[in-house]
Design a protein around this ligand. Structure first.
Ligand code: ZN
Length: 425
């Protein structure tokens, strides 16, 4: 018989939950440990397999049934009384020399919350599943959101044999080495999801600079990436007069500064980044003849992304004309943003209030599994603070008291979703 209301958590209860989460994080960071406390745990590597095996055993020891889906995602299930699943968790893979918290803390927090519910709240109405997702970071293969794309039926049939890692191994072969059948990927698609809740570290400085412990994440920004190629005229750095030059690097520099100006003028949440620049021929004594740069720009509103896109194209045309270079812009990536489910966001806010934790609403400026899963069922995320705002580096840290508070919020929100209500509705 399920409980009707959840008790108020004492400091001891929250500390016990935080202690279990920290014990798991400490143990899991051994798989792929790098210098300075960092982690490199690439999808389908031996380190990744070891972390998955440990999570599987931990789910089982907490009374959850474990299933492995077609791409290797582990699902720890607490069976409900009726059809429909509330899914919660995050990713197990990391970036190269990343930290011990990105992704996997979300799996551990979700695991702690569902294990607590299994032990203290009885059988839920809707099944609860802890989601230890196989891949999100795209750090071994250019396949990001592999697990979430499998779950939402978005992996093309030719992809597994085409995607290569740096050593030339296909993702299909990497899967086979883990005992997975790439021909069965379509079977990972789910149609039983009622809600998805993803806990994650913030990876930025907003919470750490405030007194807030929890961010209720109500949307994820859209991302666009364009490649700009500029063809000027190469020449001798000594003999070519300044007046005769069509320097492709100076044109690229103007474009980069112009992109910065657009984002600064629009203000937050607009950001624009030139993260890569190739210069040809590249000699110290040669006037650059050709450059290629990428511009990554992000915003919560699709209409603003369209406007930035238009402004960038005008900027590139103006620079090209002014400097007498040829310009081409190619769209490299267009990942739409998502607005999360208001019902789940409200439940998260109530849970924070019940737990006595300060919270704020904010968008996520980084991509997450929830932006794909949120297209097939109501979804939302919560962030816990990243010390110093650091992420994707070895000194990533979330304090135990913040982890404990986050797990209590998870317990209360999952209780509302799976025991009391009919999912997110
Ligand atoms: Zn992550």
């Amino acid at each position: 018989m399920a409980t009707a209301v959840l008790p108020r958590f004492g400091t001891d209860e929250r500390a016990a939950l935080a202690g279990e989460a920290v014990r798991m994080i400490t143990s899991l960071r051994r798989h792929g440990a790098t210098a300075g406390g960092g982690v490199t745990r690439l999808v389908y590597s031996p380190e990744w397999q070891a972390a998955m095996a440990e999570l599987e055993a931990w789910f089982r020891s907490g009374g959850l049934e474990v299933r492995v889906d077609a791409v290797g995602t582990r699902l720890g299930r607490l069976q409900g009384r009726q059809a429909g699943v509330v899914l919660t968790g995050s990713h197990v893979d990391s970036v190269v020399t990343g930290g011990a918290y990105d992704g996997i803390l979300g799996v551990v927090m979700a695991g702690c919350a569902v294990r607590w519910l299994a032990a203290n709240a009885g059988r839920p109405a809707l099944s609860l599943e802890v989601f230890a997702n196989c891949e999100e970071e795209s750090s071994r293969f250019a396949c990001n959101f592999w697990g979430a794309r499998a779950l939402t039926g978005r992996i093309g049939p030719a992809e597994p044999e085409k995607l290569l890692d740096a050593s030339g191994t296909t993702i299909a072969d990497a899967m086979r080495l883990c005992g997975l059948d790439p021909g069965a990927i379509a079977e990972a698609k789910r149609d039983d999801l009622v809600a998805y809740l993803e806990p994650h570290i913030e990876q930025g400085p907003v919470l750490a600079r405030s007194d807030d412990v929890i961010a209720v994440v109500d949307r994820i920004v859209g991302v666009r990436v364009v490649t700009v190629t500029l063809e000027g005229v190469a020449g001798h750095a000594g003999t070519m007069p300044m007046a005769a030059r069509h320097d492709a690097l100076l044109a690229a520099s103007e474009v980069a500064l112009g992109a910065e100006e657009i984002a600064r003028r629009l203000g937050a949440p607009a950001v624009a980044t030139v993260g890569s620049l190739e210069v040809q021929p590249g000699g110290f004594n040669q006037v650059p003849g050709r450059t290629r740069l990428t511009i990554d720009f992000r915003h919560t509103e699709e209409s603003t992304l369209d406007a930035i896109d238009e402004e960038l194209r005008t900027l590139v045309r103006r620079v090209a004309e002014g400097r007498g270079v040829q310009a081409r812009i190619d769209t490299r990536l267009g990942q739409p943003g998502i607005r999360f489910d208001e019902g789940i966001c409200k439940r998260l806010e109530n849970a924070c209030d019940e737990a006595g934790l300060e919270w704020r609403r904010m968008p996520s400026h980084a991509g997450h599994d929830a932006q794909l899963i949120g297209t097939v069922c109501p979804a939302a995320m919560l962030f816990v603070p990243s010390q110093g705002g650091h992420s994707h580096r070895p000194d990533e840290l979330t304090l135990p008291e913040h982890i404990g508070g986050g797990i209590e919020v998870m317990v209360r929100t999952l209780f509302a979703l799976a025991y009391q209500g009919n999912g997110a509705r």
